[in-house]
Design a protein around this ligand. Structure first.
Ligand SMILES: [Zn+2]
Length: 424
């Protein structure tokens, strides 16, 4: 099918805004973006959709999700219960599909998944690509690697020493991962008993992982909170730092120099503060944060962390940790953009961190832009996210979602895209 969106305001995914343009979509791709005023290509077979007054931006990319098993059970203090570890893989797969649907309806058209269960993310990626399941394009990391007893050992593969790391990386590449997730680079806030900042994998083990992965064209992400762990990961050659709570000037400078990007998952901070105010923050997170405060090392605020990273030009990418804990839920992903704005980004910079820049960072070079030749992954909005990203929260301003050229969601039947809806 060939169709044209007429009269729309366009954000291109990096920094360009066109006030009025025509966007032509043929099959799965954008084939033309022409500013109004200039005549669009003459094409008698194109179906024209008048979207005057609407804004079109690239579909959002969330660089840090945990889709496998869907949302974490709120209020359950026990890890096995909260992650429903007792459920069959099939039931977990159904929950994964439900989370994928919700994510896509809210306009998140691609995700990088940062650890799942039994390769559900790898299989979801393939199922979406094959058209079996409707969902965002997935860059999958399979099952995270951690040290014996390390961070999230309940759900990761425990490996010790460079030889075991290498073997596990090879096995995961064989199974089809696009990314390797090194979970045990430092402790975390969710795994009580281990210090949240203490390094776990050695530099040697990290080098074994990046060497093995990079030779196969697979990238490596490191969960890291403490400065020493971040340093090990950056020196060890990882491609992204997840969370990075204790990033400092020296680390930020090195990350910028090496092109290592940062996924700060600021929604974790926002949701934790909200839960604390409500009085229902989880025990483990409260205890781990208190432990750091007692040691005189309170977690720097999102504003402080972003100031350090931005001062040195670190590439910051939007990622939420949706499904990583009970506070951050699938479908709420756009709230990360609000946090980026709260910590100093302009609305356009926040959008770019979740579209054009995110696509490049996670390894989806044909997505994340509204440009000829790119995949037609788009959000259509009556509101204007380019001047206020808050309109995307909760899907309120997400009036249409186009995935690979197909209209997969409209907010109501007054949206001119409605006749094109593909109920699949
Ligand atoms: Zn996570």
């Amino acid at each position: 099918m060939r169709y044209r969106l007429d009269g729309v305001r366009v954000f291109d995914g990096i920094d360009g805004v066109i006030d009025r343009a025509h966007i032509t979509i043929d099959g799965t791709r954008i084939v033309d973006v022409t500013p109004s005023g200039a005549p669009p290509p003459d094409d008698p077979e194109v179906r024209m959709i008048d979207l005057t007054g609407y804004t079109v931006i690239p579909g959002l990319i969330d660089a840090h999700t945990h889709l496998a098993g869907g949302d974490v059970v709120a209020g359950a203090a026990d890890y096995a219960t909260s992650r429903r570890l007792g459920e069959s893989t099939a039931t977990q797969a159904f929950r994964t599909v439900e989370a994928a649907h919700k994510t896509l309806r809210r306009g998140i058209t691609s995700v990088r998944d940062m650890t799942g269960r039994e390769y559900l993310d790898v299989d979801l990626a393939a199922a979406v690509e094959a058209g079996i399941v409707r969902g965002p394009t997935v860059r999958a990391s399979g099952v995270g690697l951690t040290i014996t007893g390390g961070h999230v050992h309940m759900r990761c593969t425990e490996v010790d020493g460079p030889a075991e790391v290498r073997k596990e990386v090879r096995a995961q590449i064989k199974r089809g991962v696009h990314w390797i997730k090194l979970m045990g680079v430092t402790g975390g806030l969710a795994t009580v008993g281990r210090h949240p900042l203490a390094p776990q994998f050695s530099l040697e083990e990290i080098v074994a992982a990046t060497d093995e992965a990079h030779r196969a064209g697979v990238r490596v992400a490191a969960h890291a909170h403490g400065a020493e762990g971040i340093r090990n990961a950056v020196e060890g050659g990882v491609d992204s730092i997840e969370h990075g709570l204790f990033i400092d000037d020296e680390l930020a400078e090195e990350m910028a120099k090496r092109g290592v990007f940062l996924v700060p998952t600021l929604m974790n901070d926002m949701k934790y503060q909200e839960a604390l105010a409500r009085g229902d923050a989880m025990g483990s997170a409260v205890r781990q944060r208190q432990r750091l405060a007692d040691e005189g090392r309170p977690i720097p605020s999102p504003e402080e962390r972003m100031a350090v990273a931005r001062r040195h030009g670190v590439r910051i990418i939007s990622g939420t940790d949706a499904g990583g804990n009970a506070l951050v839920r699938h479908g709420d992903n756009a709230e990360e953009l609000v946090m980026l704005v709260r910590t100093g980004f302009t609305d356009l910079e926040a959008l770019a961190a979740a579209t054009g820049h995110a696509a490049e960072a996670v390894g989806l070079p044909e997505r994340g832009r509204v440009r000829a030749g790119f995949a037609a992954d788009l959000i259509v909005s009556r509101a204007d996210p380019t001047v206020d990203v808050r309109v995307l929260v909760g899907g309120a301003g997400v009036d249409g979602v186009i995935k690979d050229g197909r209209v997969v969601h409209v907010s109501d039947f007054d949206v001119p895209l409605a006749p094109l809806i593909d109920r699949g």
